[in-house]
Design a protein around this ligand. Structure first.
Ligand code: IPD
Ligand code: CA
Length: 263
């Protein structure tokens, strides 16, 4: 692969620093402090600690950029055209339950366009990265490509099933009732960032979810696109972050997936 850019080195160094703390905390879950943000929505001391580390590192390297983080919110930068979009732990519920499927997610937006993404799956030591126009990569070595499956019945999809007070459960249940018999299966692994990274890696054939936040999907959108996926909001536009919804699949499968979901 081409040598990582200065920007990607900044993102990788920050993620590795945060990952050291997360790996240690994951090994000592009995000591973890947890607070509740909403029904079924938790924040751990690790989320807060790791967001602080990421913010220190990323803002030290690029002090003029703006910031949007799950735990610390939005700060406008001196450069209003660029901002980091960061999730210190995507998959907090998995993390708290000792399930090794969670990730640090870092994206960079420039002029309202997502231009770089990094997702670090700490338990499996997999780092997914992409910069616009440069392809998507796993651990700097393997170029990622979306799956080549073309038939729904051979394809495995990922989604996020609404939890707590989310309002889209009835829609989701209808969609599941339509897609499950028409496909090889639907998974709910609990990290939207990794769901998108796994679409990029061709492990999932597609992914969709509603009521998710910009930091859940920003890095994954760049990575999935650079691996060849089409990524849209559920109306076929590109307002995923503003609308809080996303669907991603190889071009040849996206239409079939949408049709199956709509019934
Ligand atoms: C959650 C995960 C999950 C998705 C939720 C998100 P968090 O993020 O991405 O897969 O279904 O909508 O909130 O809370 O673990 O950062
Ligand atoms: Ca998240």
């Amino acid at each position: 692969m081409p040598a990582p850019s200065a920007l990607m080195n900044v993102m990788t160094d920050a993620a590795r620093k945060g990952a050291r703390v997360l790996a240690r905390d994951f090994g000592e879950l009995e000591n973890l402090q947890v607070s509740v943000k909403g029904v079924g929505d938790f924040v751990t001391a690790s989320d807060i600690k790791v967001e602080e580390i990421l913010r220190d590192e990323l803002m030290r390297a690029r002090p003029a950029y703006g910031w949007l983080g799950e735990e610390t919110g939005e700060v406008e930068g001196k450069d209003p055209t660029r901002r980091w979009i960061v999730d210190p732990i995507d998959g907090t519920t998995n993390f708290m339950h000792g399930m090794p499927h969670f990730a640090i997610s870092i994206a960079l937006e420039h002029k309202n366009e997502l231009v770089a993404g990094l997702i670090y799956d700490i338990a499996k030591d997999e780092i997914f990265t992409a910069e616009k126009g440069g392809g998507a990569w796993l651990n700097d070595r393997r170029r990622l490509r979306v799956s080549s499956r073309r038939d729904l019945i051979e394809s495995v999809f990922a989604t996020g099933v609404p939890f707590g007070s989310k309002s889209t459960l009835p829609t989701m249940l209808q969609e599941l009732a339509r897609l499950m018999p028409a496909s090889a299966g639907v998974r709910r692994f609990g990290s939207a960032a990794l769901d998108l990274a796994w679409v990029a890696a061709g492990r999932f054939d597609g992914f969709w979810e509603r009521e998710i936040m910009p930091w859940d999907m920003a890095a994954g959108i760049v990575i999935a696109r650079e691996a060849g996926a089409l990524v849209e909001d559920l109306d076929g536009g590109t307002d995923m972050l503003a609308r809080g919804e996303v669907i991603a699949a190889p071009a040849e499968l996206l239409g079939k997936l949408k049709k199956a979901l709509a019934g």
